[in-house]
Design a protein around this ligand. Structure first.
Ligand SMILES: Cc1cc2nc3c(=O)[nH]c(=O)nc-3n(C[C@H](O)[C@H](O)[C@H](O)COP(=O)(O)OP(=O)(O)OC[C@H]3O[C@@H](n4cnc5c(N)ncnc54)[C@H](O)[C@@H]3O)c2cc1C
Length: 394
C-alpha cells in the first residue's frame, strides 16, 4: 500500500471512530451546521465534532500547523474531503472565517495578525462578518463613506454598513473604511479588523421576503479600532478588498455545488407529476431537468479544477466572477424548476395544507432571489468578465 493509500485508510478509521453518529446525517439547511463563535450554543454532538476535528487542524486542513491548521498537502486534503463525502459526514465548521478572511490573512497578513486570528478561526471560537456594503455603496463599493480617523494608536470609525450577513451573531467584522477622502476613491480605503464588542457598535436585523433574517444594518459610532488591526497598508485596502472578493465569489459558487444525496428534481417529479415513476412523463420538463443537471456537472468540474489550482498556490483572479455568476444563476434556475414541478404545493406560506418540505421549497426559492445580488450583482460580474477576463473595451 503506498503512503497516500495508507493515509486514506488511517483517516477513514479515525473519522469512523471519532465522528458522532448524528454527524453522518445530511443537514436540512445551512443553519444546522456549526458556524462557530462565542454567541451560539450548539448541540453536544455538533460541538464535539468541531472540537475533535479542530484538535487535528482538520477544520482548515491545508492551513499551516503553526496557525492551528492541519498542514495537509493538496493530495492529502483531497483524500480527507473524498472520505468525508463518501461517509456522508458533515463539515465540522463553516463560515466567513474559513472561506473569506482566513485565506486572505494567510495570503496578506503580518505574522502577528496571523497568529492572533487564524487559530481562533480554526477552533471555531470566533465568527466573522463582512462590513463592505453601505446604504450608498453596493455595486459602487469604492464609493463607501464610513470614516476612520487616526487618533494615537487607534482609528476612530463612524458610519453605517448595511446587508451585513449575520452581524448579530458575529464576534469580529472585517470592514472597509475611508481613511483619505481627498484622493481617487479607490486610493483612500483601508481594510480593518474590528471586534464587534467594541463600544459604539450596534446592529439591527433586516427581514427578507423569505421570512428569514440573515442580515443586519450595522451602525458605527466613534468606534475605536487599534491601528495594529489594519490588514495591508493604510489607504491600501482596495487591493485587499478585491482579493477577498475573489475568495467570496468562489465560496458562493461552491455553496451551489449539488451536494444533496439523491436527485431532488427527479424525486419531486415522481411525487407531483403523475406517470413519472420510471421516466419523467413530460418531455419539456425532462429536457429542463437534463439541462440543469448537465450545467451543474459542468460547474462542479470547473470549480474543482479551480480549487485544485488554489491548493497548488494560485491566487483567485477575475475568473471567480464566472463561478459566482454561473453558480448563482444556475441555483435560481434550479429553484424555479423545483417550484414549477411542485406546482401550487410550492406556493404555501404556512401549515395546514403544506408539509415542511413544501414550505421549505417556497422559502428557498424566495431566498434564491438574493443570490444574484449578494457578493456583487450578476450585472457587475458580467461587467468584470467582459473587462478583465475577455479584455473587451469599456
Ligand atoms: C443575501 C445578501 C447577503 C449580503 N451580505 C452582505 C454582507 O455580508 N456584507 C456586505 O457588505 N454586503 C452584503 N450584501 C450586500 C451586497 O453585496 C449588495 O447588495 C450588492 O453589492 C449590490 O449593492 P446594492 O444593493 O447597493 O445595489 P446597487 O449597487 O444600488 O445596484 C442596483 C441595481 O443596479 C445594477 N447596477 C449597478 N451598477 C451597475 C453597473 N455599473 N452596470 C450594470 N448594472 C449596474 C445592479 O446590478 C442592481 O441590479 C448582501 C446582499 C444580499 C442580497
Amino acid at each position: 500500500m503506498d503512503s497516500l493509500e495508507q493515509f486514506r485508510e488511517e483517516m477513514r478509521q479515525w473519522l469512523l471512530a471519532n465522528a458522532p453518529k448524528s454527524m453522518f446525517t445530511p443537514v436540512r439547511s445551512m443553519d444546522d451546521l456549526c458556524w462557530g463563535g462565542c454567541k451560539a450554543q450548539y448541540p453536544a454532538d455538533v460541538k464535539r465534532w468541531l472540537d475533535v476535528m479542530a484538535e487535528r487542524g482538520w477544520t482548515a486542513p491545508t492551513w499551516p500547523k503553526p496557525y492551528g491548521g492541519g498542514g495537509l498537502g493538496k493530495a492529502e486534503a483531497k483524500i480527507l474531503s473524498q472520505e468525508m463525502a463518501k461517509l456522508g459526514l458533515r463539515a465540522p465548521l463553516v463560515g466567513f472565517g474559513l472561506t473569506m478572511i482566513g485565506p486572505l490573512l494567510l495570503q496578506e497578513a503580518s505574522e502577528e495578525l496571523k497568529r492572533i486570528h487564524l487559530p481562533l478561526i480554526v477552533r471555531g471560537e470566533i465568527r466573522w462578518c463582512q462590513g463592505y456594503s453601505e446604504p450608498g455603496a453596493g455595486s459602487d463599493l469604492a464609493g463607501l463613506q464610513t470614516r476612520a480617523i487616526i487618533d494615537g494608536d487607534d482609528f476612530i470609525v463612524s458610519g453605517q454598513k448595511i446587508w451585513t450577513s449575520y452581524a448579530d451573531k458575529s464576534d469580529w467584522m472585517f470592514l472597509l473604511v475611508r481613511t483619505d477622502p481627498t484622493v481617487r476613491k479607490q486610493d483612500g480605503i483601508t481594510f480593518l479588523l474590528m471586534d464587534m464588542q467594541s463600544p459604539g457598535v450596534s446592529v439591527r436585523p433586516i427581514q427578507l421576503i423569505s421570512g428569514y433574517s440573515p442580515f443586519c444594518e450595522t451602525f458605527l459610532d466613534n468606534v475605536r479600532v487599534p491601528r495594529s488591526q489594519v490588514l495591508g497598508k493604510v489607504n491600501g485596502g482596495w487591493a485587499m478588498a478585491k482579493a477577498l472578493l475573489g475568495h467570496e465569489r468562489t465560496m458562493i459558487a461552491d455553496l451551489f455545488k449539488d451536494r444533496a444525496p439523491g436527485n431532488p428534481l427527479l424525486e419531486l417529479t415522481r411525487r407531483y407529476i403523475p406517470g413519472s415513476e420510471t421516466r419523467v412523463a413530460d418531455a419539456i420538463l425532462r429536457d429542463r431537468i437534463a439541462q440543469v443537471e448537465m450545467d451543474q456537472a459542468c460547474l462542479d468540474f470547473t470549480l474543482k479544477r479551480s480549487q485544485d489550482g488554489m491548493k497548488a498556490g494560485h491566487k483567485p483572479g477575475p475568473e471567480t466572477s464566472i463561478f459566482k455568476y454561473y453558480g448563482t444563476e444556475l441555483n435560481m434556475r434550479r429553484r424555479e424548476l423545483l417550484v414549477s414541478i411542485a406546482g401550487p404545493q410550492a406556493l404555501g406560506w404556512e401549515e395546514p395544507g403544506f408539509d415542511e418540505g413544501e414550505l421549505t421549497l417556497t422559502r428557498d426559492w424566495l431566498r434564491s432571489r438574493g443570490n444574484s445580488i449578494e457578493g456583487g450583482t450578476s450585472e457587475i460580474q458580467l461587467n468584470i468578465i467582459a473587462k478583465r477576463v475577455l479584455g473587451l473595451p469599456d
